[in-house]
Design a protein around this ligand. Structure first.
Ligand code: GCU
Length: 441
């Protein structure tokens, strides 16, 4: 038994946030001193409620996995409802020779009910044009509308509310033509297509606008009856994660897509949503967390960078109300984020940090990936392997892989290069994909 794991709340967390004034995302007084992190015994992923130790992959899957999932539901993210019964899809545009003839571009509106004014989400899907098999697809939400991921003029300009960002072409909370392609550095569409992968993305604000009152205009209020879930039973991260699963519902109906190879990915707050979606929906064949930090991959018990109290103060709409119970003392939380990562097992998982992103606690992200290893071991899969954090730009690990790259909080070409290689390593050699890759290159 790894003695780092313990269920005993051995130390009282002195929350840096207690000393702070009103909500600011990154207060100067956050702790960045490793010497002040303190001891933080963690719940053992293999220790069951009856005190016994999980002895097999089967026992993990049947008993411990559902129990941990319930704890995350109750204490952290809230309820995650299923598919609405009368959801429908409408392909609103199709270009079979997009991006200079290399790609197929489809735009699909997912209507969550069958009423005339049904709440909806617009999905942008790019697929390699020359694939002769259904293709694997990366699935991720974007921050500023589908039109931000590529300058392709065929992408419909989102008309939804979004955070004002004049440099990014968003004026008075609405996108302008100047917003096209403003996030393209985060979405290397041409590279994905060239390597035989598709991309499905949607604007996170289609599900819930990202501010404390956003739920009133989002699915948590609009679908409350349909999903039989009150808005207080989940948070915005839950709503975004729910949307990621609805994208897979569509992909399952598209013959050009291999929906058994849907890879969920997300950056920062959307990395938190990607992890929650990937942990709870086993249809995601691979899960990628890009600098998801607190409430994502980073261990909550480590007092470094962002804390539970700080995140609940600055973003009171993100988590289930119960999460606030741990503002003062994260050690009381029955779970920690290594257990969220363990829920992904045995599927491939990639956790990425950036050296300049101390707020997200890179070491806490690494340790979380490391402490998910005992669960991967049950499935005879190797995790990150390394005992200590690797040097910058030195990815490590097999089924669980980790890197810390140079640079700031962002998702860069370096990050994507690792994710594509990781996907190639785990999926490209599976039957049906070799010819696809050969053709697409
Ligand atoms: C803030 C927040 C983080 C979050 C980040 C982002 O910094 O404190 O938790 O990950 O925003 O989404 O960019």
């Amino acid at each position: 038994m790894n003695n780092r794991f313990s269920c005993r709340p051995l130390w009282l967390l002195l929350c840096a946030g207690c000393l702070l004034g009103p909500a600011r995302a990154q207060p100067d007084s956050a702790n960045y001193d490793e010497a002040r992190v303190g001891a933080h015994p963690l719940p053992d992923p293999l220790r069951m409620a009856d005190g016994k130790t999980v002895a097999s992959a089967r026992q993990w899957t049947k008993v411990q996995r559902p129990a941990i999932l319930r704890q995350f539901t109750e204490h952290v993210y809230g309820k995650l409802p299923g598919k609405p019964p009368r959801m429908r899809f409408q392909v609103t545009s199709l270009d079979t020779a997009a991006l200079g003839g290399t790609a197929i571009r489809k735009q699909i509106t997912v209507f969550f009910t069958d009423t005339a004014d049904a709440p909806s989400m617009d999905v942008l899907l790019y697929l390699p044009r020359r694939a002769n098999r259904p293709v694997p697809v990366f699935v991720g939400l974007n921050f500023y509308g589908n039109h931000c991921v590529h300058p392709d003029p065929g992408i419909a300009l989102s008309t939804r509310w979004m955070m004002s960002n004049e440099a990014g072409g968003v004026v008075d909370h609405r996108a302008t033509e100047a917003a096209r392609g403003t996030q393209a550095s985060r979405w290397p569409v041409a590279e994905l297509i060239a390597r035989g992968y598709g991309l499905a993305t949607a604007y996170y604000g289609d599900l819930e606008p990202d501010h404390p009152e956003g739920w009133q205009k989002g699915i948590r209020s609009q679908l409350k009856d349909v999903l039989d879930t009150d808005e207080t039973e989940w948070g915005a991260i839950g709503a975004w994660a729910w949307g990621l699963s609805r994208i897979v519902d569509y992909l399952e109906t598209d013959a050009a897509v291999n929906a058994r190879q849907a890879f969920v990915t997300g950056h920062s707050r959307l990395g938190k949503a990607a992890l929650w979606a990937g942990a709870s929906d086993p249809r995601f064949a691979m899960v990628i967390s890009n600098e998801s930090g607190e409430g994502g991959a980073a261990l909550a018990r480590r007092r470094y960078g962002e804390t539970i109290r700080r995140i609940n103060t600055a973003f009171p709409h993100w988590f289930a109300p119960n999460y606030r119970n741990y503002n003062q003392d994260p050690a009381r939380l029955p779970v920690d984020q290594h257990l969220l990562l363990a829920l992904v097992a045995p599927r491939p998982l990639y956790v990425a940090s950036a050296e300049g992103d101390r707020w997200a606690d890179p070491k806490g992200e690494f340790l979380s990936a490391k402490y998910a290893e005992p669960v991967y071991r049950l499935f005879n899969r190797k995790g990150v392997g390394a005992a200590d954090m690797p040097a910058v730009n030195q990815p490590t690990g097999e089924t669980v892989r980790y890197h810390i790259r140079t640079g700031q909080h962002d998702i860069t070409a370096y990050d994507w290069a690792q994710y594509l290689d990781f996907a190639d390593r785990h999926f490209a050699r599976q039957p049906g994909n070799r010819s696809l890759k050969t053709k697409a290159r």
